[in-house]
Design a binder for this molecule. Structure first.
Ligand code: MN3
Length: 202
């Protein structure tokens, strides 16, 4: 069972003006496809080739030494981008509700303070990486990861992540990563994040 790039759950131009159509084509069709091709090549013929990518990335120690770096980078890329596409929507933005909204207020003070923390983590990530809202034990936290590392490799559950690789924003925002981060919040599908939060706690 080789991995596939999941189809985008909306049109390529659906996230405009926040994320432009050309970026979505390159990012989804080219960058994500490359991660999938490379992780498939790395896992071909191993026992792990049949495992869900979530399980593989959650337990990188189980990957043979010679394959581990390729799987960490490219399998991580596949998992991160799969989560990323799903957590955006042309009807995104606004606020979470229910238990997640309560937990955000309790942990961070307010949604605005959470956004501030994620934006800071993303802006300060040197080079390429991601900023995340995670569930760590039973506590929400904001973390950054380098390259294509996923928080699940550290035992945290990713609830929402934003890609801060230049390929995610450079065509529209050039060097203005903070402007991209601010705009990206308008795409967040909080319903998906709420579902991940509920699943992680059950
Ligand atoms: Mn990317």
């Amino acid at each position: 069972m080789a991995y596939d790039v999941p189809p985008l759950p909306y049109a390529y131009d659906a996230l405009e003006p926040h994320i432009d159509e050309q970026t979505m084509h390159l990012h989804h069709d080219k960058h994500h496809q490359t991660y999938v091709d490379k992780v498939n090549a790395a896992l071909e013929g191993t026992d792990l080739a049949e495992s869900p990518i979530e399980d593989v990335i959650a337990d990188l120690d189980a990957v043979p030494d010679a394959k581990r770096t390729a799987v960490r980078n490219n399998g991580g890329g596949h998992l991160n981008h799969s989560l990323f596409w799903e957590s955006m929507s042309p009807d995104g933005g606004g606020s979470p509700s229910g238990d997640l909204a309560e937990a955000i207020d309790e942990t961070f003070g307010s949604l605005d303070e959470l956004k501030e923390k994620v934006n800071t983590a993303g802006a300060n990530q040197f080079g390429s990486g991601w900023a995340w809202l995670v569930l760590d034990g039973d506590t929400l936290a904001v973390v950054a990861s380098a390259n294509q590392d996923n928080p699940t490799s550290k035992g945290q559950t990713p609830l929402l992540g934003v890609d801060v690789w230049e390929h995610a924003y450079y065509l529209s925002y050039q060097n203005r990563r903070p402007d991209y981060l601010n705009a990206w919040w308008n795409t967040v599908d909080w319903g998906v994040v709420e579902s991940r939060y509920a699943a992680a706690r059950s």
